[in-house]
Design a protein around this ligand. Structure first.
Ligand SMILES: Cc1ncc(COP(=O)(O)O)c(C=O)c1O
Length: 338
């Protein structure tokens, strides 16, 4: 067993046994290999370095209450990666190859899956990059698909913690017909400047409005937007420039299963003040309640800064109960690995 203080793990890189790596050449993926070295050697002309031909995913694997190890909704991530690959003219990683890579990398690093009860999980980061040299702008002729893993801790050590968010109208994350709906690294590079500025000025997360009119809510830099109405209705934006979040899809389904109304539609900025709860949602933390949103001199107070609202708390617990196998997996979301 590795010597890890499971209860105090953060969210960051750490050394594990290996990653798995596949190469696409001459129109086909090879059989892949387990690689111990966390460094990669590539051609200086690789298309991922020059023209950003790259994409990634993020998902989690859990040690469950019954002792089994399960990945949460990996096929949803595999399918999103296929869509991103097509959009960036890279060879899609077939869903079954994605699942094979996942089983391989988790089995090879099984002692790094945080034990049940610690609140941790094994974070899995699939990465697809153009590694063939390409100096004229065109798709590369060679690609690498990697899956790396790292143990991560419970984000909340004692209840959900609401945060403040800011809207910075001087920067957009994604153009209306750009790449906001796929998971390319460039989207994150595009948001770093505003993110660092927001952080320096005291806001841990920034919220983006639609790039065309700045009238409608889009999403946070690394998570989707959820608004809860006083009657419990779950509302989330419908937009071509928002990343379809697996967590948001999960929460919507759970909300519907528990009798809540779910609305996926444009959300005008002015509507924010009518919500009784707001959250950012994503794989890393499931939900981050947002108690206040600032836009210039407009400060919208949504909820109690000290604790999460009842609907978000209920949804958060429902997702974690499925992930850790404490309740039946009615939708078949969890894939047994070991
Ligand atoms: C821009 C953006 N939106 C939303 C999400 C949440 O997506 P998911 O729930 O699939 O992690 C992420 C994180 O992956 C993200 O980077």
């Amino acid at each position: 067993m590795p010597n890890i203080d499971w209860k105090n793990l953060g969210f960051g890189f750490s050394d594990v046994n290996c990653h798995v790596r596949y190469t696409w050449k001459n129109g086909a993926w090879d059989g892949g290999e387990e690689v111990k070295d966390p460094y990669i050697t590539m051609h200086v002309g690789a298309s991922c370095l020059h023209y950003g031909q790259e994409c990634f995913e993020g998902l989690k694997v859990f040690a469950c209450k019954d002792g089994k190890i399960r990945a949460f909704r990996p096929r949803a991530n595999a399918n999103r990666m296929v869509r991103t690959a097509i959009r960036t003219v890279m060879p899609p990683v077939p869903e079954e190859l994605f699942i094979e890579a996942l089983r391989r990398v988790v089995k090879a690093n099984v002692e790094y899956v945080p034990p049940y009860g610690t609140g941790g999980s094994l974070y899995v980061r699939p990465l697809l990059i153009g590694t063939g040299p390409q100096i004229g702008v065109a798709p590369a002729k060679e690609y690498t698909f990697l899956m790396i893993v790292m143990p991560v801790g419970a984000y909340y050590k004692g209840g959900l913690k609401p945060v403040r968010a800011v809207i910075l109208d001087d920067w957009d994350r994604a153009a209306p017909h750009g790449m906001g709906d796929v998971k390319v690294g460039g989207n994150y590079a595009a948001s770093l400047f505003a993110h660092e500025k927001a952080k320096k000025e005291g806001w841990p997360v920034e919220l983006y409005l639609d790039a065309k009119e700045h009238k409608y809510v889009e999403e946070f830099s690394t998570s989707n937007f959820i608004g809860i109405k006083p009657d419990g209705t779950y509302v989330t934006p419908d937009s071509h420039s928002v990343l379809p979040s697996v967590t948001n899809d999960t929460l919507r389904q759970i909300a519907a299963d528990t009798g809540r109304k779910v609305e996926t539609r444009p959300i005008p900025y002015e509507e924010i003040k009518t919500f009784s709860e707001v959250a950012a949602c994503g794989t890393a933390v499931v939900v981050t309640p947002v108690w206040e949103i600032t836009r210039g001199s407009d400060v919208i107070k949504i909820s109690d800064p000290g604790s999460a609202g009842p609907v978000l708390s209920e949804l958060f617990n429902a997702v974690q109960d499925i992930q850790y196998g404490r309740v039946p997996d009615a939708h078949g979301w969890c894939l047994e690995i070991a």
